[in-house]
Write a protein that binds this ligand. Sequence first.
Ligand SMILES: [Zn+2]
Length: 316
Amino acid sequence: MTSMGRTALKIPLTPFDKGRDKKLIGGKPMKRLLKLAGIAILLAGLLLIAALLFIRSYLQDEQVQQTQALVPSTLPQSAMFIFPHPDDEITVAGTMSKLASQGVETTLICLTKGEQGATGGLVEAARLAEARATELKEAAAILQVDHLEILDFPDGKIAEVDSDLIKGVIQRLILKYRPSVVVTYDNRIGFYGHPDHRLTGQYVYEVVEENSNGTDFPVKRVYFVTLSAGMIAAAMKISPTFQQRYPEEPQRGLPAPDLAVDITAQGAAKRAAMLAHQTQWRIFAELQPLYDVLPGWIYYRVFDREYYALALNNEP
Ligand SMILES: [Zn+2]
């Protein structure tokens, strides 16, 4: 370009043009804006972390002893989880996935097909049993469960079944898979007051207790699934189910936890297992709000523990 051409093109800039010109070539205002945006993002990030840590400190109980091994190394490495409904296993999903990663053989027993549960607007009520059994198989595969048994006791009516019949089935399954540790719902409130839950815990407890002197009986420990005091308080604030069914008096509620399992690394698996129970989205949204919205790596920094009460210990 000649000096003539440059002179000819030199048109005075308006104040607006000057500003735009500076922005386009990365002038000071643009840098300042980027800097402010950076600070704002950093502050928002710090605020989010502070909020998560605050919620976590409210929910989790650091006083409860943490364990890396729900099945002690001194016992045969096999654990059985016994629940009445498809999706109940979500309460222990992180632990199941962790045990599988540790090489522990895991067995999941589900006493019913959950045919009385919510359809989530996704299937006809008549086809719910089939749909929920399929969902449970998918969840069990995600959690790397070695053996899954889905039985056909009537959902919501465990109380109407002869107790000896159910206990006999539980005993046979224990002798078939030979777990050293069994995990189930508590026999006091059944997690939040569901009769099927409470009776399942009661029958499992009784089967193990009644066989505790048998030399061939494999179970040494029974754990009840439980929650921290902060989690119960939060559930009473947000969950209509807890509000309707959970007792006011703490001594009638869930047993105090003896152990906590850190499930931070199993967050993705737990979330995927929850999503497998497609028909149950309303229940999860109530008990685990935002589980399907927040990324797993954030969510399981807050919900990073599963709690257990040691109900029976028959170790020598
Ligand atoms: Zn249930």
